[in-house]
Design a protein around this ligand. Structure first.
Ligand SMILES: Cc1cc2nc3c(=O)[nH]c(=O)nc-3n(C[C@H](O)[C@H](O)[C@H](O)COP(=O)(O)OP(=O)(O)OC[C@H]3O[C@@H](n4cnc5c(N)ncnc54)[C@H](O)[C@@H]3O)c2cc1C
Length: 417
């Protein structure tokens, strides 16, 4: 263990068994472990580097030992993130495997069996298994609880039929998080169940949907008599809504920017553009860039604070604050980045390929692409309007929106088609 005047002692969050030694790991010790990782493994070899990071408990320090963590406070992940900036190659977790790392991993730690944890966690972190989220449907977006995809039990399996839409990275995913209706005679929030689905199973068809950037980052997914293992149900039968809410809360924390080091992420793109083009501008633009820097810092600290209250599995509705702030901030950053380029900002660079990226564009590094991609941030993972509703109702305690279908059986709710 490394001693030092700046050492802050953090008691492991994992409860000690009677008679066992409580592990105490300091901030400096965590730093030393990250440095050792960087020294021991070539960061350019993603799978080897991140696999070792997982094995040494530095993937998610707040997860249990043996599951990619050290049982520490989640805020210690900021220490890991800062130190990892010194590696030869820096990976953005959310860009690498946004749904796997941002949503599936915390969900599995909360609801998954040991077999699932053994099979999935490490490969999620290394990016060997990309995951997708199968919630939205043509008739169920903001009101995802009204979804219509059906799962019917058949022995040790479920047979799934229906359609999902806007499935980010469905075309490169090995596994998906599926919310489906298992009892249509229950009210919409009660008759849902939640599954891990193998995307290579027969009866799962993925078709591209192109977006404003010219890329097909997301997809339509059709289920036709696709089979899902019963043991891959997360939570109890009929309890899918609670698991879905846990997923969405983790999604909002992930989309809210997660744990970043100072000056990294979208603001870095503006700063780079500013360094090269400041001669084109006067004090007004300097102020605008400075304001965005300040808002980015406020967001970063807000996310850090949210981390300190988050449990290893499910964050609270406060995650919606980061999601709302980052969606609106990143759109402003995208616009400013183009303005900083001056007249050049009006020209989209040659080539507007309709392609199928292997990762989500949340880490867009060029201002043009960032401007276009950031438009989606106030829609994906719940719109900004819906975030405001959640904050109003669940954080501020304001009266709920009227809901006439809450107690009605899902099958009795009038709907189109
Ligand atoms: C880039 C991108 C990636 C996505 N990836 C995925 C994915 O991987 N998996 C997945 O399942 N889904 C994904 N989505 C879908 C996303 O979650 C939905 O688009 C979103 O929840 C909104 O649903 P909707 O599009 O059906 O809009 P609607 O719910 O129809 O909303 C339309 C408009 O009405 C407003 N509105 C709706 N309800 C209310 C209300 N109660 N109060 C006030 N205003 C309201 C909304 O804010 C919006 O402006 C993705 C979307 C985008 C843009």
């Amino acid at each position: 263990m490394v001693a030092g005047s700046r050492a802050r002692w953090v008691r492991a969050a994992v409860p000690a068994r009677k008679g066992s030694i409580v592990t105490v790991i300091s901030e400096d010790d965590v730093r030393a472990r990250v440095r050792a990782l960087i020294a021991d493994v070539d960061a350019n070899d993603r799978v080897a580097f991140r696999g070792t990071q997982f094995d040494r408990g530095l993937a998610w320090v707040h997860f249990p030992e043996g599951r990619g963590g050290l049982g520490l406070s989640p805020k210690m992940q900021t220490v890991v993130a800062a130190e990892l900036q010194n590696a030869a190659r820096v990976y953005d977790d959310i860009a690498l495997n946004p749904i796997g790392i941002g949503m599936a991993a915390p969900l599995l730690v909360t609801y998954g069996s040991d077999e699932m944890l053994d099979r999935f966690l490490r490969r999620i972190f290394t990016g060997e298994d990309i995951w997708c989220q199968l919630f939205s449907e043509p008739g169920a977006g903001s009101d995802v609880a009204s979804l219509a995809t059906r799962a019917v039990r058949d022995g040790d399996e479920w047979i799934v039929n229906g359609q999902k839409v806007w499935t980010t990275l469905g075309h490169v995913s090995n596994f998906g998080l599926l919310a489906a209706r298992t009892d249509p005679d229950q009210p919409k929030h009660k008759g849902m169940s939640y599954f891990v689905v193998d995307m290579h199973e027969a009866g799962v068809e993925v078709r591209p949907l192109f977006q404003i950037t010219g890329e097909a980052e997301f997809n339509e997914v059709f289920f036709t008599d696709a089979r899902v293992r019963h043991e891959y149900m997360l939570g109890q039968e009929g309890d899918g809504w609670n698991v879905a809410v846990a997923t969405l809360m983790n999604e909002r924390v992930a989309l809210g920017g997660g744990v970043r080091s100072r000056g990294s992420g979208p603001i870095e793109v503006v700063l780079e553009a500013w360094r090269d083009n400041q001669h084109l501008h006067g004090p007004a633009m300097r102020d605008r860039v400075a304001q965005l820097w300040i808002r980015s810092e406020v967001l970063r600290f807000t996310n850090q604070r949210a981390r300190t209250v988050a449990k290893a599995g499910t964050p609270g509705p406060e995650g919606s604050i980061g999601k709302l702030l980052s969606a609106e901030l990143n759109k402003d950053i995208g616009e400013c980045a183009l303005d900083v380029l001056g007249a050049a900002g009006m020209l989209h660079p040659a080539g507007y390929p309709m392609d199928r990226p292997s990762h989500a564009g949340l880490d867009a590094r060029d201002p043009y692409r960032m401007f276009l991609r950031m438009r989606a941030q106030s829609i994906e993972g719940g719109t900004s309007e819906v975030m405001r509703n959640i904050l109003g109702e669940r954080v501020l305690g304001l009266p709920k929106e009227p809901a006439t279908d809450r107690d009605l059986a899902w099958s009795k709710v009038p709907r189109n088609g």
